[in-house]
Design a protein around this ligand. Structure first.
Ligand code: UDP
Ligand code: MG
Length: 136
């Protein structure tokens, strides 16, 4: 049984700044993901605050929102069977120090905050996050 899903991925400012976006996109493609839509943008801090609203009570919220809006990002809709979970696996643990070999965060992440990629954590959040960046 196939279970085609879409999920939202963001290549964060630390990775775009180091010109890693093409390499990271290759990693997605080599792992069976189709990039069905993508754009390179820079968002306002107020937009980052909306996007990360689920984290608004966390001590790192303000820095996280400043960081995500600090430079260009690449936002993508990724599609494959079980895209949500498979993207989380390919990304690796939030802290690159804990991420397994072969994951994006192990390879490119600099620190727990500058960890190179975002990925939706559930099918429901994937739909919300895709709609956030790609309305219409
Ligand atoms: N983050 C941080 N400090 C922390 C935990 C998280 O700066 O102690 C940042 C980090 O960039 C992470 C984002 O907040 O990717 C969202 O946190 P979450 O727990 O949702 O991790 P993710 O889903 O990105 O693995
Ligand atoms: Mg998360």
């Amino acid at each position: 049984m196939s279970n085609l899903e879409k999920t939202l991925s963001i290549i964060k400012p630390d990775a775009v700044e180091r010109n890693l976006d093409d390499e990271i996109k290759e990693m997605f493609k080599n792992n069976g993901f189709k990039i069905v839509n993508e754009k390179k943008i820079q968002i306002e801090k107020s937009e980052a605050e909306q996007f990360y609203k689920v984290h608004e009570t966390k001590p790192f919220y303000n820095e996280l929102c400043s960081y995500l809006s600090s430079g260009p990002i690449v936002v993508m809709i990724l599609e494959k069977d079980n895209a949500v979970l498979d993207n989380r696996k390919l990304m690796g643990a939030t802290n690159p120090k804990d991420a397994e070999i072969g994951t994006i965060r192990k390879k490119y992440g600099l620190s727990i905050d500058k960890n190179s990629v975002h990925g939706s954590d559930s099918l429901e959040n994937a739909a919300t996050e895709i709609n956030f960046f790609f309305k219409d």
